[in-house]
Design a protein around this ligand. Structure first.
Ligand SMILES: Cc1cc2nc3c(=O)[nH]c(=O)nc-3n(C[C@H](O)[C@H](O)[C@H](O)COP(=O)(O)OP(=O)(O)OC[C@H]3O[C@@H](n4cnc5c(N)ncnc54)[C@H](O)[C@@H]3O)c2cc1C
Length: 588
């Protein structure tokens, strides 16, 4: 980890519109409301924190800048779950927490400590049942083949690289898709709407159209409440705020250029009609405001390699939770870590081809998951990716491209890419047309064919059954580089350093900041190194529930120092063991 990925002061986090924490006198402050726990942000992490805290008997409020739902509501609704969930059992899938752990450990490496990852896997099946007990439904079938996103009617699929790593861990489908309207599987509201409904029914107090802009602390530096900018006005103002925020959040996903204009309208309403309000939190404040991918200044500073990728988020994704944490002494880290998604399946035949950069070199096993491909493409290959097929593979992929095994949007994008494909009788001429180094391309394809025939192992570990010889002209090139054809999208993965046992935000000395917790994409978690479909929401649920639970413990004055766990960043730092254990307490 390099220093440029760490933020320790607000000036490291431009564009977040957060002020330094303010020391106040709790007794004389005018509070608009007092709660045991205040959750800031109502996405996957926030709503599960609020529910967990409420179920533990606390007086809980959530505050959201908009209506709630966040990026979770615009997501594909996939949650990564396993170890024998009720859905896996119903669909006859065998899985256990150990296989899930071994697979994920390989995937996310040292995102969190092995103990935390083990806990994530051990808790997964029960946590999934808890979600269903709060209203989410999963009535679909199992989609047995590898795909980037299954067609409607399926609730379970291989959402990561499980099949490619079958030797290391018994593969199981773990991507769970929630039922939407009329059992149409997928899309974020299917996941988050039942949870919000359940939270409100259980008595969580909603505070909407309210942007938390600073933390309030006492003389000792403990977080005791929040200051926020609340939209106040007549029914028309409130309606307009809801209208533009909804349009901005949808259009960022479906037609990003329009979103800018809608966000401007929102900013004007907020400027004209916001009043400053203060809410007290006796037990804790949970920061769950999502990531920072829509913060232009921060992405330019920390993610310059991803400039040409589509920013996948909603209006609240500007890093304000990270800034709030840092303003109270926390540390935001791994800010240069992101995941870029470039899916090449369906059609099922494309991953059998060779994907090269403009040097003519392959750099990734094409059969892997789209985020593994996309992140390699953006991080190490200047966003370049050209898929090379021969006539037979091209014809097969066209024949297999249908709405039976792919969703409409994927189908339409793949159709477009097929139509835009370049073609030539020989690889040499094709390389010239695509500005690829012809000599290296010839070498690459020769090496690829040798592995496809089973005469040698593939240099990138691709299985022979996933490869096809590329021998019969004409040859085809489909440009999959960033900005070409189908979309390459990106989300940020960095966040606040937290105690892995309790979710408390840690200061520079590795000590918990009293009364401050973080979860979801605002915090470092299981998904902070690498992503497979469903892992961000799963991490949000895991870390959200953890933060909610410990915020309540603090509100009740319960002891929980024994539950603390040193985060990976401190364990893997270059410090000697002695100094690590000094820092390791994450004690409150
Ligand atoms: C198109 C798309 C598809 C995706 N599909 C999947 C998928 O299927 N599975 C998966 O795991 N991940 C998916 N992701 C990623 C995933 O949706 C997010 O990483 C995850 O939902 C983030 O959850 P969160 O709770 O951390 O934040 P969010 O869901 O973004 O919630 C944050 C909330 O905080 C609020 N907020 C922000 N700042 C403030 C403030 N200062 N004061 C008050 N409120 C504030 C926001 O309004 C928002 O409601 C997808 C993302 C996109 C865009």
């Amino acid at each position: 980890m390099t220093n440029d990925t760490v933020a320790t002061s607000l000036k490291d986090l431009p564009g977040t519109s957060v002020d330094e924490a303010l020391v106040i006198d709790e007794a004389t402050t005018q509070w608009q409301g007092e709660f045991d726990v205040i959750v800031v942000g109502l996405g996957a992490a926030g709503v599960t924190a609020a529910l967990e805290a409420k179920e533990s008997g606390a007086n809980v409020a959530f505050i959201d800048r908009f209506e709630g739902g966040g990026t979770t509501a615009r997501s594909g609704s996939v949650i990564y779950a396993g170890g024998g969930t009720v859905l896996q059992k119903r669909l006859g899938v065998e899985d256990d927490a150990d296989s899930m752990f071994r697979y994920l450990r390989n995937e996310v490496q040292e995102a969190v400590t092995p103990e935390t990852l083990q806990q994530f896997c051990d808790d997964s099946a029960d946590s999934f049942s808890w979600l269903t007990s709060n209203g989410i439904q999963y009535s679909g079938a199992l989609f047995p083949k590898k795909t980037s996103y299954p067609v409607h009617g399926n609730s379970l699929y291989y959402s990561g690289n499980e099949l490619a790593h079958a030797e290391e861990a018994r593969p199981a489908p773990r991507g769970h898709l929630a039922d939407g309207i009329k059992s149409f599987t997928a899309f974020g509201p299917a996941f988050i709407a039942p949870l919000i409904k359940s939270a409100l029914k259980k008595g969580v107090v909603p505070i909407r159209k309210t942007r938390v802009s600073r933390l309030l602390v006492n003389e000792a530096g403990d977080v005791v409440g929040v200051e926020a900018q609340q939209v106040q006005g007549n029914a028309l103002t409130l309606f307009q705020h809801k209208f533009w925020s909804t349009l901005a959040s949808y259009s960022q996903i479906y037609y990003a250029p329009a979103a800018k204009g809608f966000r401007l309208k929102l900013a004007l309403i907020e400027k004209k009609s916001c009043k400053t309000v203060r809410y007290r939190a006796k037990g804790g404040v949970v920061l769950a405001t999502g990531g920072y991918i829509l913060n232009k200044e921060m992405t330019e500073k920390y993610l310059p390699k991803y400039k040409r990728a589509m920013k996948l988020g909603t209006t609240g994704d500007v890093g304000s939770g990270m800034a709030l944490g840092v303003s109270a002494g926390g540390i935001a880290e791994r800010l240069s870590t992101a995941t870029a998604w470039r899916f090449i399946n369906p059609p099922v035949d494309w991953p059998k081809a060779a994907l090269v950069n403009l040097k003519g070199e392959r750099y990734v096993n094409e059969a892997l998951y789209g985020a593994t491909i996309g992140t390699k493409m953006m991080e190490e290959n200047n966003g370049e990716a050209v898929l090379i097929l021969d006539k037979k593979l091209y014809d097969d992929s066209v024949a297999n491209l249908n709405l039976k095994n792919s969703r409409f949007v994927t189908w339409a994008q793949a159709k477009g890419a097929v139509r835009m494909a370049r073609t030539a009788e020989t690889l040499d001429v094709l390389a010239a047309k695509c500005k690829i180094d012809p000599q290296q391309l010839a070498k690459t394809v020769e090496q690829y064919n040798t592995a496809a025939r089973g005469e040698s192992a593939d240099v990138l570990g691709k299985k022979q059954e996933d490869m096809r010889e590329l021998t019969t002209g004409p040859f085809y090139a489909i440009n999959m580089s960033v900005g070409k054809g189908d979309i390459t999208s990106v989300i940020s993965l960095g966040g606040l350093r937290v105690c892995e046992g309790t979710g408390a935000v840690l200061n520079a000395d590795g000590k918990s900041i009293n009364g401050l917790f973080a979860a979801g994409r605002t915090a470092i978690g299981v998904a902070s190194n690498a992503y497979v479909s469903g892992l961000s929401i799963a991490d949000g649920v895991f870390s959200g529930r953890r933060a909610g639970k410990y915020a309540v413990k603090r509100a009740k004055g319960e002891e929980f120092t024994g539950d603390q766990r040193t985060p990976m960043a401190l364990k893997s730092s270059s410090k000697s063991d002695a100094s690590v254990s000094e820092l390791a307490g994450c004690d409150s």
